[in-house]
Design a protein around this ligand. Structure first.
Ligand code: CTP
Length: 394
């Protein structure tokens, strides 16, 4: 699997085993994960912020009231592909089981639906206390993996179950947890994003308002589900996604060439790009004077999706249609005539889709079924489209 670009939140509770988590952090980084450490305030008694910042190379905060302008608990929760809490004290387990949100870590934990691994470490008496046992059961019943601590000698001099496991065991369990969510493992996904620009002269072009956010969201989601992802991006200002092979293009002709080069090797093509339907018949290499700028003669661009669908083999193709009306019959007809398997109809008539973080519309599946998508994030829509495409991929 590609760890590169995968974001891990490493939560650290206030137990003496916190120092052992430094080694866990190093091992996660060695494996290519990007790690943000979120210690609880009390854990700073054992390992200070400076250590975590130096080891992770990232800023470390413990409270929701720090960096408030970043809404850090939500931004961290959104960026996290996985959460590992090591060590988790009895108190932290209780707070997590009860859904408390009284520090940054518990807030992030509540706000994230990513796979989670908890590594408890405490005195054996506290581990076997009925209250702790019930809290662990509650967390496990919610699908969260809670490791049993190791048996052995403890800092107090006692012997029993409560020791923080060896790093190798935690890493092995972590890999098991993350492989559960990798339903795109072994699949190759090709995504187009942004809007093409067709030059008129050296300063002007025909373009459109597509920001590329939807395509980038799909690429990110496919990557986090284990896919090998190639992104063909036209004129977006979004940065490359670590772990996604990104090809930058400008015109429809360049996008066409790249799609045709990449398509035979892919399993799924998602065409979110807004491709110019036409381009100037002539591209002048000197700037047109305004006195000569009366009209521009256009010639049609090839329909990339339609032409690539003609050479499709096992591939599934997802089309996007940005329309100023919610015309179901027209959407279905567009999906069929273009040879797509799935089409997302985006009603852009209210002007709140382009460059926005949210979207709404309707998903159509070849064979007749469809369902409406109420206003949601482009990430969630991406996840939903990948779910649908996976069913079709079989
Ligand atoms: N598309 C494409 N090549 C083109 C135009 C569009 O591959 N030259 C793809 C888009 O990426 C999108 C789908 O086709 O996934 C639908 O785009 P849309 O602009 O709605 O379709 P058009 O065929 O251009 O239809 P319309 O006449 O409504 O503009």
């Amino acid at each position: 699997m590609h760890a590169s670009g995968r974001e891990v939140i490493l939560g650290v509770g206030g137990g003496i085993a916190a120092y052992k988590s430094c080694d866990l952090l190093r091992r996660l980084l060695d494996k290519g994960f990007s790690v943000t450490v979120v210690p609880t305030p009390s854990s700073l008694n054992f390992v200070g912020k400076a250590t975590w910042e130096a080891l992770s190379g990232r800023n470390v905060t413990t409270e929701v009231f720090e960096s408030v302008n970043e809404v850090r608990h939500i931004s961290l929760a959104k960026q996290a592909d996985y959460i590992v809490i090591a060590p988790a004290t009895a108190d932290l387990l209780a707070r997590l089981a009860f859904g408390r949100a009284d520090d940054l870590l518990t807030n992030v934990f509540l706000a994230s639906d990513s796979p989670k691994l908890i590594v408890p470490a405490m005195h054996p008496q506290m581990w076997s206390n009925e209250a702790t046992v019930a809290n662990v059961e509650t967390l496990r019943a919610r699908g969260i993996t809670v490791l049993d601590p190791d048996v052995g000698a403890l800092t107090s001099g006692d012997v029993g179950q409560g020791r923080f496991p060896e790093t190798a065991r935690i890493i092995a369990e972590f890999e098991r947890v993350i492989s559960k969510g990798l339903d795109y493992s072994g699949k190759r996904v090709l995504v187009t994003a942004g809007g093409t620009r067709e030059p008129i002269d050296p300063v002007r072009y025909i373009g459109n308002s597509s920001s590329g956010k939807q395509g980038f969201a799909i690429a990110r989601n496919a990557l986090s589900r284990g896919a090998e992802v190639t992104l063909i991006s036209a004129n977006t200002s979004l940065p490359d996604i670590d772990g996604v092979r990104t090809i930058r293009v400008q015109t429809a002709a360049e996008m066409h060439a790249e799609v045709f080069r990449e398509f035979p090797q892919c399993d799924l093509l998602v065409m979110t790009a807004a491709v110019a339907d036409a381009k100037p018949l002539q591209v002048l290499d000197t700037k047109i004077k305004k006195s000569d700028l009366k009209s521009i003669e256009l010639t049609e661009n090839e329909d990339i999706l339609k032409s690539v669908a003609e050479i499709k083999n096992h591939q599934i193709i997802v089309a996007f249609a940005a329309e100023t009306s919610h015309d179901v019959a027209q959407a279905q007809e567009k999906m069929i005539s273009k040879g797509a398997d799935i089409l997302y109809l985006n009603d852009i008539s209210h002007g709140d889709i382009f460059n926005s973080e949210t979207t709404y519309g309707e998903i159509f599946i070849k064979g007749g079924s469809s369902h409406k998508v109420a206003k949601t994030t482009k990430d969630t829509l991406g996840e939903e489209l990948l779910n649908q495409a996976l069913v079709q991929l079989g």
